[in-house]
Design a binder for this molecule. Structure first.
Ligand code: GDP
Ligand code: MG
Length: 370
């Protein structure tokens, strides 16, 4: 009962039957649109076509996992906004993130070891804000391409002495296609050449209209060097977050997304994850991409051990079987068996996909020679 006709699959994917036939052919599967293909082939071609396959059958580990996520019930409560800072090179993204980190995160730990992790959260008088320190636009797009929706608000940094530049426009387009609202940080206003109104006018031509011009985009003038105006930016973020009414279930099994990961000589695989639902606790079993494990320790952005982390809070996780990829999802499960089973199934599927792609490549070579 797992088979599906090419035509039906094409319809589900909102594609032409011929396109699915072509994609199948590239994978080395000959089928006409009226023929049926098996479940696994359907999943593979769906992913090959850039879509995410969601199983409708409910009898394998993956759907048991899905049930785990859907099973998290309870009162939705307000959660902090997750912010990504984007903008043209040298306009001050790193300076702004560093200024906020430096002035807002107490490094009171003995030894004061503040390792650099790819995300942090700060407390402001108007609430908590989480910042993702993704290295540039590429990370943002690759995470989105993988279906990870993690950013609530984009802060677009534009240097007031330089104005709108190519990567500024690129960032506007990214935010737009991700349907994430923008807040513009007009930076470097301490410089004598700074011309904030020029920036606002240039942004107008890209349909980013400031509130003072009757639009709906908050624009804040600031200096990441002196700190002038940075509090206004934090206020603007909190205001935007209120409008968005961001909510999540704050209790129960956690799930979320990997922000970055690495292999540490002493500590083994280390993943910085963003919790998006539930509470992640020390001792939890989880599956994370094709990896799994039991949380051996959790660390916050100051390097201090924490016992748990809730929605919108980034945290470093130790105890995984291997290094997951940025953009991978993680889900807490009740026992190690399920975690291991899902991880192994995914690994097998990934291997299969690679084999199929290799076969497809060979097929293309053969076709090229025909
Ligand atoms: P990024 O490429 O967007 O991350 O930009 P950086 O944060 O690395 O900043 C590029 C350069 O601009 C550095 O030399 C910073 O010191 C400088 N810079 C950043 N913000 C300001 C600012 O508000 N005022 C001044 N005068 N210089 C700044
Ligand atoms: Mg930088």
């Amino acid at each position: 009962g797992d088979a599906i006709t090419v035509a039906d699959l094409a319809q589900k994917l909102a594609l032409k039957g011929g396109d699915v036939v072509k994609a199948l052919f590239k994978m080395g599967v000959m089928a006409t649109i009226t023929q049926s293909i098996d479940h696994d082939t359907a999943v593979l071609v769906t992913e090959e076509l850039g879509h995410t396959a969601v199983r409708e059958t409910a009898n394998d580990a993956e759907s048991e996992l899905l049930a785990h996520v859907e099973d998290v019930q309870g009162e939705q409560s307000q959660r902090p906004p997750v912010v990504t800072i984007m903008g043209h090179v040298d306009h001050g993204k790193t300076s702004l993130l560093d200024y906020i980190r430096r002035t807002r995160i107490a490094t009171g730990e003995a030894g004061g070891i503040t390792q650099h992790i790819g995300a942090y959260h700060v407390e402001t008088p108007k609430g908590v804000i989480s910042f993702l320190d993704t290295p540039g636009h590429a990370a943002f797009t690759s995470m989105r391409a993988r279906g990870a929706k993690i950013t609530d608000i984009v802060v677009l940094v534009v240097a007031a002495d330089d104005g709108v530049m190519p990567q500024t426009v690129e960032a506007i387009q990214h935010a737009r296609s991700a349907k994430v609202p923008l807040i513009v940080a007009i930076n470097k206003i301490d410089k004598s050449e700074a011309d904030p109104s020029r920036v606002k006018n240039e942004l107008l031509t890209h349909e980013v209209v400031s509130e003072e011009f009757g639009g709906d985009t908050q624009m804040v003038e600031l200096s990441a060097k002196t700190g002038l105006g940075v509090d206004d930016l934090l206020d603007a973020i909190s205001l935007q977050a209120e409008v968005l009414e961001l909510k999540a279930v704050a209790e129960g099994r956690a799930s979320g997304t990997v922000i970055e990961s690495s292999l540490d000589k002493g500590r083994g695989p280390v993943a910085t994850v963003l919790v998006q639902q539930g509470q992640l606790n020390k001792g939890d079993f989880l599956v994370c991409g094709v990896e799994y494990g039991r949380v051996r320790a959790l660390f916050d952005e100051t390097g201090s051990q924490v016992q748990s982390a809730g929605p919108s809070i980034p945290v470093q996780v130790l105890g995984l079987s291997g290094v997951p990829d940025a953009g991978d999802d993680f889900v807490v499960v009740d026992d190690e068996r399920l975690a291991k089973e899902v991880a192994q199934q995914r690994e097998a599927k990934r291997r299969e996909l690679r084999l199929v792609q290799a076969a497809g490549n060979r097929m293309e070579d053969i076709m090229a020679q025909m």
